[in-house]
Design a protein around this ligand. Structure first.
Ligand SMILES: Cc1ncc(COP(=O)(O)O)c(C=O)c1O
Length: 405
């Protein structure tokens, strides 16, 4: 019986598949940007569940939407539609370039749908030879076999047997490397406008515009993976809105549900028309609970004061990080946008991001890494100023701890 089970970190190693290596503590409660573990120790959350808890923990609007929906209707499957899904779809259409929405349960699934759609669109319109998908080194698009193969790190897709084919990788922010690969046989180019897992690497405007132009030239779809950069994280609802570059397909997840699993693929009516009845689907996609929470999250985040607040918080983060760096000289630069920032370790500390991550946890702060050289911050979009300042005090102690060895 559940009450008699002693839940400890050691239990993880006994009963869980060992594909994760979770931290030694077990959090049990969260409020805003603070989290408490089993021992009652309090942490400040600069990680946001890896860019997911866009409104912090237990935001009243999300709790209330979830509770209200929980009393009404949980699940139908897609043999019927439901009100929260259609309301959310309408709001996504109203606030983006898109005319059509497909709901999934995660970022990987949203990308899986996007890639399948691109292949089908190309097959229908141009024939079977147009199937090449181009993505970029260091990109991350999820862990299904298709999306992980499309992702830019072979180490994640090796060792599972034959990979899906017709996938090539160009170098991010290097238009020439894309030009060398793209042709009339390319059906889609997929990229993150701001690479997340790869190290918080912003796409240069000229590069993004160049990708758009090449896609137009070769009749290839441009897919923006905004799973990490989307839903207000960069200070606009989607990162593409900072530029004039508009994709053909956009995927979104993470912050969309504020902590409740949901993903979505957004596209135009013409492109969407190629996923005909029965060509793709999901039991849970568009689940009423998920969509009700996501609707509340979108309503709350898609407000000028919240989006502008993200940019204000970015300034404070950058100021605090600059002050820490002035004292301790550990970063070469801080890059990213809004509440998706990466402090890049300088030569002396290269390869040691995990040490900073562990020292931060020791000091009562959740941070993240983005590869071995970057400490990543992806906190709540509405994190209070006082929590940023207190979190940075803890981060400075963590930096000092790493320096002392
Ligand atoms: C850009 C990007 N795409 C896709 C994914 C995969 O999302 P999920 O883990 O929800 O499948 C991630 C997750 O980190 C991501 O950062």
């Amino acid at each position: 019986m559940a009450e008699h089970i002693q839940v400890t970190r050691a239990l993880f190693d006994e009963v869980m598949v060992p594909n994760y290596a979770p931290a030694p503590i077990i959090p049990v409660r969260g409020q805003g940007s603070r989290v408490w573990d089993q021992a009652g120790r309090e942490y400040i959350d600069f990680a946001g569940g890896i860019a997911v808890n866009a409104l912090g923990h237990c935001h009243p609007a999300l709790v209330s939407a979830l509770k209200a929906q929980a009393d009404k209707l949980w699940h139908l499957s897609n043999v019927m539609t439901n009100e929260p899904a259609l309301r959310l779809a309408q709001k996504l259409v109203d606030s983006t370039f898109a005319e059509k929405v497909y709901f999934a349960n995660s970022g990987a699934e949203a990308n899986e749908a996007a890639l399948k759609l691109a292949r089908r669109w190309a097959l229908d319109k141009f024939g079977a030879q147009k199937q090449q998908i181009i993505s970029f080194g260091k990109s991350f698009h999820g862990r299904t076999f298709f999306t992980v193969t499309v992702g830019g790190q072979a180490a994640y897709s090796d060792g599972f047997g034959p990979k899906p084919g017709a996938i090539d990788h160009a170098e991010y922010n290097n238009l020439e490397s894309l030009k060398a690969l793209i042709s009339d046989n390319t059906c889609a180019v997929i990229l993150e406008p701001l690479q997340g897992e790869g190290g918080i690497i912003p796409g240069e405007l000229e590069f993004l515009q160049g990708v758009r132009d090449l896609c137009n030239q070769f009749n290839a779809l441009m897919i923006y993976d905004e799973v990490q950069s989307g839903v207000g994280r960069t200070g606009k609802l989607y990162a593409y809105m900072h530029t004039n570059v508009v994709p053909d397909i956009l995927t979104t997840a993470k912050s969309l549900g504020g902590g409740f699993p949901i993903g979505a693929m957004l596209t135009t009516t013409e492109i969407a028309s190629h996923l005909k009845v029965g060509t793709h689907g999901s039991t849970y996609g568009g689940n009423p609970l998920a969509c009700a929470v996501a609707e509340a999250a979108l309503d709350t985040i898609n407000q000028p004061e919240v989006l502008n607040g993200v940019l204000e918080r970015e300034k404070l983060f950058r100021r605090e990080l600059a002050a820490i760096n002035e004292k301790h000289n550990v970063f070469s630069t801080v890059r990213g946008q809004g509440m998706l920032l990466g402090a890049v370790l300088n030569d002396e500390f290269k390869g040691r991001s995990r040490d900073f991550f562990l020292a931060s946890a020791d000091q009562g702060l959740f941070a993240l890494v983005a590869g071995p050289d970057v400490i990543r911050f992806a906190p709540s979009l509405v994190i209070p100023e006082a929590d940023i300042i207190e979190g940075m005090k803890r981060f400075e102690k963590a930096v000092a701890q790493v320096k002392q060895g």
